[in-house]
Design a binder for this molecule. Structure first.
Ligand SMILES: CC(=O)SCCNC(=O)CCNC(=O)[C@H](O)C(C)(C)COP(=O)(O)OP(=O)(O)OC[C@H]1O[C@@H](n2cnc3c(N)ncnc32)[C@H](O)[C@@H]1OP(=O)(O)O
Ligand SMILES: CC(=O)C(=O)O
Length: 536
C-alpha cells in the first residue's frame, strides 16, 4: 500500500528552539525533499511573517517534479468571516495547490483558549474548509489535540472531524499535538474515527469517497515514530513529520526512521528504493542547511548507526554482516563501520586495517595489545583513525620512518608587560641527516609545528599542503585538576583528505607533540607506500 509523506520541516520543524531558516534555506530544503520523493511539502504559515509569504511566491518558480506545496494556517477566527480573516486571506494569496487548516478538536481549547462556543468552533472549521474547496484547493485538515480532545470528550472531537469531512476536506489529520499519547491509544482512537466516518457514509479515502486519514505526532513521550506507525497500521495513509525530527519542545515525528521502518519492515510503499538510498544524504543535508550538527547516533542515518565496537560483534559481522545489524545499511545510504578501541578483538583490527587497505602481516595481536596499553594510558583511537593507521604501518617489519624526532625544547616566556613568546627547538633526523631548527609561534604547539615543518619541508615539500584544521584537548582524569592528563586530538587536512591523530601525556605539550608527529608522518608514509606499490 502507498503511504503519502507530508513534510513539515519548513513549518513545524522551524518551531524548534534555535532553528531558523532563510527563504533561500527553505528553497534548498524543498528541492531536496522533492528529490527524496515526499508527496507534500508544507512551506510555512503565510499569515505569520513576510519570509514565509515570500517562500510561497518563489517556490512557484522552483519547478518541483513530484511534491505538492502546502500552505498552513488556522481556521478563521471566532466571530469573523473568511473574507475578512487575515490568515485566511494570506493562505489565498499563497496560491498553493494544497491548503492545510488547523482547527480545534478539544473542548478545553475551544472553551478556554479560543474562548468561544463549541458550535462556533464547528462553524469555523466547516466554513474555512468549504472556503478553500470552493477555490479548487486540496484541503488537508489538521485536527489539533485530537487524541487529547477525544479522551476529554470523544463525541465533540469526532464532531469536529465530521464537520471538516462534510465541508469537503480531502484529508483529516489526527494530531497528537502535545506528544503524550501511547501507541495502543493511537490504534484504538484511529479505529474509532474510522467507525464514525463509516457511519457518516465516508470510507477512508482511497476509493475517492470521503477524506483519507492522516497522522501528525510529536515526540514528547519519545513515541512519535511508534505512534505514527501504529496509526498507519490502523489505517492512516497520510503521515506528517519532519526531517531529523526537528520541531518544538522534543521534536516532531522523524520522517527518516518512519520511512525506513514503513518501507523496509512493514512493506508499505513510500518512495522508490533509489530514493530510500538517499535518506542518509538528505538527513545530513538538511542538518547542514539548518546549521545543526547531525546526530551521529540517529537510527538508520547516523555516523554510528552501523558502527561496531565490541570485539565479539565485530568478529561476527566480519562473517555475517546481519548478525549485529537490523538492516543492510546501504539500503538507506549508510555504511557499516568498525571502531577500534580497548574493547576490540583481533577482528576489529583486521577489519579496520582491511578498510584502510593495510596489510597487517600477521601483526593483529601486537597492534591490538598496543591499542589496549595506550587506551589504558588515556589515548582514544575511535576518533583518531590516523593514529591507528600509523600503529599498523609502524608494526610492519619493513617500515622505514620518513623521519625521526630526536628531541625538542619548548620555551614560553613573558617579560614584564610584554607579550607571551612561544619558541620551539627541534632536533630530527631524515635518513642520515640530523637537523636542528627553531621557530616562534602563536602558542607552544604552533611553534613546535613550525619548527618540525622547517626541518622537514626541504626533504618533503608536499607537507606544505598539510593543514592543521582542528585541535581539541580533553582532560582524561579530571578529578586530578591541573595534574590531570590531557588527551589531544588533532585533525589535519590536505585538500579533501582528512585524518585525525591522538596523543596523551601528563604534559600537554608532549600530548600535542605525539598527535602532531602522527599527523605529519601519516601523509609521508601513505605516499611512500603508494610509490612502493607502483614500483612492484
Ligand atoms: C499545533 C501547531 O503547531 S499550530 C501552529 C503554531 N505555530 C505558530 O503559532 C507560528 C505562527 N504564528 C504566528 O505567527 C502568530 O501566532 C499568528 C500570526 C498566527 C497570530 O498572531 P496574533 O494575531 O498576534 O495572535 P496570537 O498569536 O497572540 O494568538 C493566537 C490567536 O489565534 C487564535 N487561534 C488559535 N488557534 C486558532 C484556530 N485553530 N482557529 C482560529 N483561531 C485560532 C487564538 O484564539 C488567538 O486569538 P486572539 O488573538 O483573538 O486571542
Ligand atoms: C498541527 C500541528 O502542528 C499539531 O497539532 O501539532
Amino acid at each position: 500500500m502507498q503511504i503519502l509523506l507530508y513534510d513539515t520541516t519548513l513549518r513545524d520543524g522551524t518551531q524548534r528552539e534555535g532553528l531558523s531558516l532563510s527563504v533561500e534555506d527553505k528553497l534548498k530544503i524543498a528541492r531536496e525533499l522533492d528529490l527524496l520523493g515526499v508527496h507534500y511539502i508544507e512551506g510555512g504559515w503565510p499569515g505569520s511573517n513576510p519570509k514565509d509569504a515570500e517562500f510561497f511566491q518563489r517556490i512557484r518558480r522552483a519547478d518541483l517534479r513530484h511534491a505538492r506545496v502546502a500552505a498552513f494556517g488556522s481556521t478563521r477566527r471566532a466571530d469573523a468571516t473568511c473574507d475578512t480573516d487575515a490568515n485566511i486571506q494570506a493562505l489565498v494569496a499563497a496560491e498553493t495547490p494544497v491548503v492545510t487548516l488547523v482547527g480545534k478538536s478539544s473542548t478545553l481549547h475551544v472553551e478556554q483558549v479560543l474562548e468561544t462556543t463549541r458550535q462556533e468552533n464547528l462553524a469555523m472549521i466547516a466554513e474555512s474548509v468549504a472556503y478553500f474547496k470552493e477555490r479548487g484547493k486540496e484541503v488537508v485538515y489538521d485536527a489539533e489535540h485530537f487524541f487529547d480532545g477525544y479522551k476529554l470528550d470523544a463525541a465533540y472531537a469526532l464532531a469536529t472531524l465530521t464537520a471538516a469531512a462534510h465541508a469537503g476536506a480531502d484529508c483529516l489529520v489526527l494530531c497528537d499535538t502535545n506528544g503524550g499519547s501511547l501507541p495502543h491509544e493511537v490504534t484504538e482512537i484511529v479505529q474509532a474515527v474510522q467507525r464514525r466516518l463509516a457511519n457518516e457514509g465516508f470510507s477512508n479515502g482511497a476509493a475517492g469517497r470521503g477524506p483519507t486519514l492522516g497522522i501528525h505526532t510529536h515526540n514528547d513521550g519519545a513515541l512519535a515514530v511508534a505512534n505514527a506507525l501504529a496509526a498507519v497500521r490502523a489505517g492512516c495513509v497520510h503521515v506528517q513529520g519532519t526531517i531529523n525530527g526537528y520541531g518544538e519542545r522534543c521534536g516532531n515525528m522523524d520522517l527518516i526512521p518512519l520511512i525506513a521502518n514503513l518501507q523496509l519492515k512493514l512493506g508499505y510503499r513510500c518512495i522508490t528504493p533509489e530514493q530510500l538510498r538517499r535518506l542518509t544524504e538528505v538527513s545530513h543535508y538538511v542538518a547542514a542547511v539548518a546549521n545543526l550538527n547531525p546526530d551521529t547516533h540517529a537510527p538508520f542515518v547516523g555516523h554510528s548507526a552501523f558502527a561496531h565496537k565490541g570485539g565479539i560483534h565485530v568478529a561476527a559481522v566480519a562473517k555475517v554482516p546481519d548478525s549485529y545489524q537490523h538492516i543492510d545499511p546501504e539500503l538507506v545510504g549508510n555504511r557499516m563501520r568498525v571502531v577500534v578501541s580497548e574493547l576490540s578483538g583481533r577482528g576489529n583490527v583486521r577489519m579496520r586495517a582491511q578498510e584502510l587497505g593495510l596489510d597487517l602481516n600477521g601483526n593483529e595481536r601486537v597492534v591490538l595489545q598496543r591499542i589496549k596499553e595506550l587506551e589504558n594510558r588515556g589515548f582514544q583511537f575511535e576518533a583518531a583513525e590516523g593514529s591507528f593507521e600509523m600503529l599498523v604501518r609502524r608494526a610492519a617489519p619493513d617500515y622505514e620512518p620518513p623521519f625521526e624526532l630526536l628531541d625538542f625544547t619548548v620555551v614560553v616566556s613573558k617579560h614584564g608587560a610584554g607579550d607571551i613568546i612561544s619558541q620551539a627547538m627541534v632536533k630530527l633526523k631524515v635518513g642520515n641527516e640530523v637537523m636542528h631548527t627553531a621557530a616562534e609561534g602563536d602558542g607552544p604547539v604552533n611553534a613546535l609545528d613550525k619548527a618540525i615543518r622547517k626541518a622537514l619541508l626541504p626533504h618533503y615539500p608536499e607537507l606544505a599542503d598539510v593543514q592543521l584544521v582542528d585541535y581539541k584537548v580533553r582532560i582524561v582524569d579530571e578529578h586530578l585538576g591541573t595534574a590531570a592528563r590531557p588527551r589531544v586530538l588533532i585533525e589535519s587536512a590536505r585538500g579533501e583528505e582528512r585524518w585525525s591523530t591522538v596523543g596523551c601525556s601528563e604534559n600537554i605539550i608532549e600530548a600535542s607533540f605525539m598527535a602532531l608527529w602522527d599527523s605529519l608522518e601519516l601523509p609521508l608514509a601513505r605516499r611512500r607506500a603508494s610509490c612502493n606499490a607502483h614500483r612492484s
